[in-house]
Design a protein around this ligand. Structure first.
Ligand SMILES: Cc1cc2nc3c(=O)[nH]c(=O)nc-3n(C[C@H](O)[C@H](O)[C@H](O)COP(=O)(O)O)c2cc1C
Length: 342
């Protein structure tokens, strides 16, 4: 099942293996992608991944986690991103990009971080400024502009980053959102910004291309989001044109103690997928082909992302296919190595 294709809107993906977004912190301070990004993503496409989602890419300069994050806030970012997207596609993979705003976790040196409420993430982080409603509108517009550029650059999928304690997650979680306006404190208010962002992105992003949203299913902290709250969030957004939910967890507060055992986030994907009848990507310490196969075959997720495992081994899908008895097409340049022991 791991090597069966899947179609999201008009995007056909050759298998269910996803490379999840992983920041490389390797861009110049203008947010431009470079040859590192090209070879990094290309090699995972050569290795057989079905869908590669490029790392958190900032929608504004102040929305970067660090000064070396990728950016997509200007048209100048498009040419190199287009080159990477085209190369990844030429190896048979599909390519997405995660569009992101770091909120209060931004450590970009030349800006003051912004957040739903004015409380710092931890010692060593700058105090964020509370966003006004006018500023919130500008952030929605920035996400829409990023989606438009991602389309121009030829990406197949756009993923909205609403996980890991970054800006959109900060609005969702009652730990970080203490507002008393349209954007908090009720569950409906706290999900409003994400809803506005999805709508604005959908307006700029073509009908035939899929949208993914990454969320943190639980906060692992008292007073924070639990699985029932995430079910509520996804339920509230089910008619907004999201095609797949990328289910992660944690990141909202430094006190939280996330789980870290193999497949620790699979149960959240399972619940969200099967209770709400939506498509999901699961992720988190999934390393063996058998485990990835089990997850898809038992409908606990539609796709399986492997982060650190794909950093360790860009060719994981080629090896996993062999182990699972699937005859995967190898890149023609490497065909002579396909037969083990040859
Ligand atoms: C180096 C590194 C960078 C990461 N950057 C991002 C990111 O840009 N966006 C994101 O949503 N998650 C990011 N993550 C989290 C991964 O996407 C993934 O959810 C996490 O590593 C758990 O999966 P794994 O156990 O398969 O590595 C990052 C993880 C790593 C190791």
């Amino acid at each position: 099942m791991l090597f069966t294709p899947i179609t999201l809107r008009e995007m056909d993906v050759r298998n269910r293996v996803v490379m999840p977004p992983m920041c490389q912190y390797s861009a110049a301070s203008d947010g431009m992608a470079n040859d590192w990004h090209l070879s990094h993503y290309m090699s995972r496409a050569v290795g057989g991944a079905g869908l590669i989602i490029m790392e958190a890419t900032a929608v504004t300069p102040g929305g970067r986690i660090t000064d070396n994050d990728l950016g997509i806030w200007s048209d100048g970012h498009v040419p190199m991103l287009r080159r990477i997207a085209a190369k990844v596609r030429s190896e048979g993979a599909r390519v997405g990009i995660q569009i992101a705003h770091a909120g209060r976790k931004s450590m970009a040196t030349e800006s003051t971080p912004v957040a739903p409420s004015a409380a710092a993430f931890d010692d060593g982080y700058k105090n964020p400024a509370e966003l006004s409603t006018d500023e919130i509108k500008k952030i929605v517009t920035a996400f829409a502009g990023a989606a438009k550029r991602a389309h121009t650059a030829g990406f197949d999928l756009v993923e909205i980053h609403a996980a890991h304690g970054y800006l959109l997650n900060e609005f969702i979680s009652p730990i970080t959102n203490k507002r008393r306006d349209r954007y908090g404190p009720t569950p409906e208010d706290r999900v409003r910004l994400l809803k506005e962002v999805i709508r604005a992105v959908r307006e700029q992003w073509p009908e035939e291309k899929p949208v993914s949203v990454r969320i943190s299913a639980i906060d692992y902290a008292p007073g924070g989001i639990e699985l029932k709250d995430s079910l509520d969030v996804v339920g509230r957004l089910e008619n907004e044109g999201v095609d797949i939910w990328h289910i992660s967890s944690g990141g909202i507060t430094p006190e939280a103690a996330p789980s870290d055992h193999p497949g620790y986030q699979v149960p959240y994907s399972d619940e969200i997928k099967n209770r709400l009848n939506v498509k999901t990507i699961t992720v988190g310490k999934i390393c063996s082909p058998e485990m990835a196969e089990e997850i898809v075959a038992n409908s606990r997720a539609d796709m399986v992302a492997l982060g650190r495992e794909l950093l360790r081994n860009p060719y994981w899908p080629l090896h996993a296919a062999r182990k699972l008895g699937y005859d995967m097409k190898w890149p023609k340049q490497y065909e002579r190595a396909k037969i083990q022991g040859s």
